[in-house]
Write a protein that binds this ligand. Structure first.
Ligand SMILES: Cc1cc2nc3c(=O)[nH]c(=O)nc-3n(C[C@H](O)[C@H](O)[C@H](O)COP(=O)(O)OP(=O)(O)OC[C@H]3O[C@@H](n4cnc5c(N)ncnc54)[C@H](O)[C@@H]3O)c2cc1C
Ligand SMILES: NC(=O)c1ccc[n+]([C@@H]2O[C@H](COP(=O)([O-])OP(=O)(O)OC[C@H]3O[C@@H](n4cnc5c(N)ncnc54)[C@H](OP(=O)(O)O)[C@@H]3O)[C@@H](O)[C@H]2O)c1
Length: 447
């Protein structure tokens, strides 16, 4: 697995914490640790070359789906210098922002805010390094540390010894089975079938490709439809659902994203948690901001007024198979075999390109933790986001963003970042204090 000899990342020193991923979750943790004066030795590993927040979806006009008050710090400490308001003030835009009269800045501005905070933590983060595995560093049968392996783009490997690891690595694209092996990733070639996660990287190519199929009826699908429309592209929106439906962001429903709700949900038996997650699914998944639905509907209405049929909305349709054609306009592009869910009728359509706005999976932690399998006790993640380990393994393995089933719908979002960061920071600090206590006791008894 690790063909090139591994270089120790930091002179063989044991880190109190290695964070995997430096998106908003681990960035919020870095801020919380600094503001708590935790004094832990930390490294964060980020596979991107620089900080960016879902860069290929920073579309013109795309807005935040959460109040700017749910920034990296304010719920924990509204006086923090890392708040969104502090950023605005620092940029000389506070008054101008107030005049916008909105809680929902553009995603580009929020990305700029996050990058502004991240810049202050450059000394803690190694960019351009992808963590590949977390392995036990055994001392006999005990596992006091893990070794975190990472690789840069040139294939060079580095590793770090750590007492604790916090995985905040986000998600990977969910690719429907029909598209297995067809999807173009990270600047590759082949048929123009991409996930929404790569959208902007190929948007210009898409605009020249001919008719584009956008699969999915969620927020990404709606935003990409509007962007393609603006580029003059003809689009078929294809979805299994009966309609593009609104996200429920009404105030009582929105309380599921309150920090206190995590305690409530975590305290319930698994089956009841699952019921509640289902009940509130439409606050986040396969739903679209109502203003955006109006915009999409307006475009479809206008084409009726004009008597044109540029775009099509194929709801209640499933893509049962897909095959590639050679590229070069929709005559040679991917072919989709579509089944109507009303009666099962099938027909094939050839497109210039396909965008899969089919959402995400959160499994990166499972792959990274495979070498630790023997030391994981099983059972659910703790309220403090720590995975249970077997006796003898004292390493703290924490998860951010992949605990929706136990901690609720806010877990994959920005909603409670400052509070979760504070909770994990407290657990890490308590652990470090216990470790220092043991060290002092050992030293004293040796005297
Ligand atoms: C287009 C889009 C818009 C969104 N808008 C909102 C919104 O408005 N409000 C909201 O609350 N939520 C939104 N979300 C949800 C989103 O999950 C959160 O906003 C946020 O990004 C979660 O932060 P994170 O750090 O957990 O994950 P991410 O932001 O995904 O960050 C994870 C980081 O880990 C890195 N990484 C992954 N694997 C490795 C590895 N092996 N080694 C090293 N680094 C690795 C990635 O490069 C990435 O930088 C949006 C999601 C998408 C896709
Ligand atoms: N501006 C913003 O802030 C912004 C922009 C984009 C995204 N986001 C956020 O990012 C997250 C993900 O949103 P998303 O729109 O990317 O994903 P999503 O909400 O998970 O929606 C995925 C869509 O793809 C469909 N789908 C999934 N698997 C499919 C399959 N095999 N075949 C056909 N259709 C399939 C789903 O339909 P089914 O219901 O039939 O499964 C659904 O319509 C959300 O939290 C969202 O709020 C935010």
């Amino acid at each position: 697995m690790h063909g090139i000899p591994s270089l120790i990342g930091d002179g063989g020193r044991v880190q109190d914490l290695v964070g995997i991923g430096f998106g908003p979750s681990n960035l919020a943790l870095a801020v919380a640790l600094r503001e708590a004066g935790a004094g832990l030795a930390c490294r964060f590993l980020e596979k991107r070359e620089t900080f960016v927040w879902h860069g290929n979806m920073l579309l013109d006009g795309s807005r935040m789906q959460i109040s700017f008050l749910k920034d990296l710090v304010s719920l924990r400490d509204p006086t923090s210098r890392y708040s969104f308001l502090s950023y605005l003030h620092g940029q000389g835009r506070l008054q101008d922002f107030i005049n916008l009269r909105t809680f929902y800045p553009s995603r580009r501005e929020f990305n700029d805010y996050l990058a502004w905070v991240a810049a202050d933590f450059d000394d803690l983060c190694d960019y351009g390094l992808e963590a590949t595995a977390i392995e036990p560093a055994r001392v006999g049968e005990a596992v006091p540390h893990v070794r975190v392996h990472a690789r840069d783009r040139a294939g060079r490997e580095r590793s770090w010894l750590a007492r604790n690891v916090v995985i905040g690595a986000g998600a990977t694209p969910r690719i429907p089975d029909a598209f297995d092996g067809l999807v173009r990733r990270g600047g590759g070639t082949g048929p123009l079938v991409v996930h929404s996660n790569d959208y902007l990287a190929v948007a210009e190519e898409l605009a020249r490709a001919g008719r584009v199929a956008v699969v999915g009826l969620g927020q990404s699908a709606a935003e990409i439809f509007l962007d393609l429309h603006g580029r003059g592209v003809a689009v078929d929106i294809i979805g299994r659902g009966p309609a593009m439906r609104p996200a429920d962001s009404s105030p009582f429903a929105n309380q599921v994203f309150d920090a206190g709700y995590t305690n409530y949900l975590y305290g319930l038996p698994p089956a009841e948690r699952a019921d509640l997650l289902r009940a509130f699914h439409n606050t986040n998944y396969a739903v679209v901001d109502p203003d955006l639905i109006d915009a999409v509907y307006g475009i479809f209405y206008q084409q009726k007024v004009e008597g044109t049929a540029r775009h099509a909305m194929l709801t209640r349709h499933e893509v049962v198979a897909a095959r590639s054609g050679s590229n070069g306009g929709d005559r040679g592009g991917p072919v989709l075999d579509l089944a109507s869910l009303d009666g099962g009728g099938r027909h094939e359509r050839r497109y210039g390109a396909v965008v899969l706005a089919t959402g995400y999976r959160r499994r990166i932690h499972e792959e990274l933790l495979q070498p630790m399998e023997r030391w994981l006790a099983g059972g659910e993640v703790g309220r403090d986001y720590r995975l249970p380990t077997v006796p003898g393994c004292t390493v703290g393995l924490y998860l951010q963003g992949c605990c929706e089933a136990t901690h609720g719908l806010s877990d994959t979002l920005l909603s409670i970042l400052p509070i979760r960061a504070q909770e994990i920071a407290a657990a890490l600090t308590a652990d470090a204090d216990r470790g220092r206590g043991q060290q002092i006791r050992k030293t004293t008894s040796a005297q």
